[in-house]
Design a protein around this ligand. Structure first.
Ligand SMILES: [Zn+2]
Length: 111
């Protein structure tokens, strides 16, 4: 099956795209083997496991959904994952602010 559209040209950034932080030479996106690490990480984060990843793309046996429907499902899933990530960040900010407020409150009483 052909890709739906030609992917846009990407430029290496000098560090491994798996997230390990390894500095790379010109022209490389990944340290050797780290492309698989990045792939597995995204599949796990977005789909949970490979079976759900395959099913999400309409490739489970017997799945005859049109590709448009499959793509909408995947786009919604990606938006959900992003929203949950933002929610986690917000939770951390709020809990940090609460801890600061409590510490501040204790200091104020003690002073
Ligand atoms: Zn890496």
């Amino acid at each position: 099956m052909e890709p739906l559209s030609k992917p846009k040209k990407l430029m290496p950034t000098g560090v491994c795209w798996c997230g390990c932080g390894t500095e790379l030479g010109v022209g490389s996106f990944f340290s050797p083997g780290h492309d698989k690490i990045a792939e597995a990480k995204i599949i796990r984060e977005v789909f949970g496991d490979v079976a759900h990843f395959v099913a999400a793309f309409g490739k489970a046996p017997g799945d005859a959904r049109p590709i448009e429907e499959v793509l909408v499902t995947i786009a919604n899933r990606a938006r959900l994952v992003q929203a949950l990530r933002q929610l986690d960040e917000l939770r951390e900010v709020i809990s940090g602010a609460l801890v600061e407020a409590q510490v501040g409150g204790t200091d104020a009483k003690g002073a």
